[in-house]
Design a protein around this ligand. Structure first.
Ligand SMILES: [Zn+2]
Length: 374
């Protein structure tokens, strides 16, 4: 089976398509729940699949430190290890090295850093990152890059981006082509359109199975993020998937799909589940809030997820107040379901040529306020 992207329908800049991988097909636009340490926190794999998720993201940085890529490979690869038989994308580790580790040293060769787990000295290079992702058996491997800090002046952003482009060449050389497995390049260049264009052109020259847009959702705000997408996406090939990394809030997903993005990942639905925040069609609500304490209605009366079919806001509020683990588990389950429903709604709207209207309705409802108090 050959790795590939097929565009089925276009609506404005938005695309409805499929990605074929060794472990199955992904309908796009797609949202990937994050399974950092080989688990989507608080969720059994079959529950994750039940929300509609067709692909998960695994973190190279976390898995190389614990339990180690060689260990995962000995145990049959990440799919077997975590009991998830659908596609998996792994990041390159570059982003977490910057955000989590201590005493980093970046050279042309790669990055040396101290593990945040046990203080041990670790090294990542393009070659080692690609090798780790191979050992994990990722269907989609990401090129090793440096996530440019934000804000960065243009000179700093240019130097960082060009280092990532040299690492992209080495990532491509290190990647072993196999049927059903793909390698994505990552466009960098901060918020500077000329740098984004230069980066996209450099990656196209190298040639990848998909193109990610990195270095966004790092504090620049939605307007600058959308502007950067509009300046970047026209330089990416039509016949390859586009992946906006680390995004985002529901309105970010809608705006980015309208600008031609096919894939997303974000910790928001799962992390928010652990901090009492639920995403609903009517915006976000905090279930710790006292106003939910006697409310017999579900998180979202229009939601068909397991949590909303069986439990009240009052019960979840009670669980949270008692610090019972079922509280975050139920909210996480609802949140992941909500994100997948949102993506399914956009896919269906694109098929009907009605994404513009979908976005108008979404915006009106999302900003219209929670269900009235009783
Ligand atoms: Zn629900």
């Amino acid at each position: 089976m050959k790795f590939g992207y097929e565009k089925l329908k276009q609506d404005g800049a938005a695309r409805r398509g499929t990605i074929t991988t060794a472990h199955g097909t992904i309908d796009t636009p797609a949202f990937m729940p994050v399974g950092t340490a080989a688990t989507v926190k608080g969720m059994l794999p079959e529950q994750v699949a039940e929300t509609g998720a067709q692909i998960l993201l695994g973190n190279t940085y976390h898995l190389m430190l614990r339990p180690g890529a060689e260990r995962v490979a000995e145990l049959g690869g990440l799919h077997t290890f975590m009991n998830w038989d659908k596609p998996i994308l792994t990041d390159s580790g570059g982003y977490q090295v910057m955000s989590l580790s201590k005493l980093r040293k970046i050279t042309e060769e790669g990055v040396t850093f101290q593990s945040h787990v046990d203080g041990s000295r670790q090294h990542l290079s393009p070659e080692r990152s690609i090798e780790i992702q191979h050992l994990l058996d990722a269907d989609i491997t990401m090129a090793f890059d440096e996530c440019t800090p934000f804000p960065a002046d243009e000179e700093t952003a240019a130097e960082s981006m060009r280092l990532s482009m040299r690492w992209a060449v080495r990532s491509k050389e290190a990647f072993q082509q196999r049927d059903g497995y793909g390698l994505f390049g990552i466009v960098q260049g901060s918020i500077y359109p000329e740098l984004r264009e230069e980066s996209a052109e450099a990656l196209k020259e190298i040639g990848f199975d998909g193109y990610a847009i990195g270095g966004l959702a790092v504090g620049e705000g939605q307007e600058l993020m959308f502007q950067t997408l509009e300046k970047t996406i026209p330089h990416l090939p039509e016949d390859r998937p586009r992946y906006l990394m680390g995004v985002g809030k529901p309105p970010d997903l809608v705006g980015a799909v309208m600008r031609g993005v096919d894939m997303f990942d974000c910790v928001l639905p799962t992390r928010s589940g652990r901090t009492a925040q639920a995403f609903t069609r009517r915006g976000t609500i905090n279930l710790m809030n006292a106003r939910h304490a006697a409310d017999p209605r579900p998180i979202d009366p229009d939601c068909q997820c397991y949590a909303c079919r069986n439990y009240s806001r009052a019960y979840i509020n009670h669980l949270l107040k008692c610090q019972e683990m079922l509280g975050p588990m139920l909210i996480t389950r609802h949140n992941l379901h909500y994100y997948q429903e949102l993506m399914a709604g956009m896919r269906s709207a694109i098929e009907q040529g009605a994404l513009q209207q979908f976005a108008v309705n979404f915006e009106a409802q999302y900003t219209g306020g929670d269900i009235p108090e009783i």
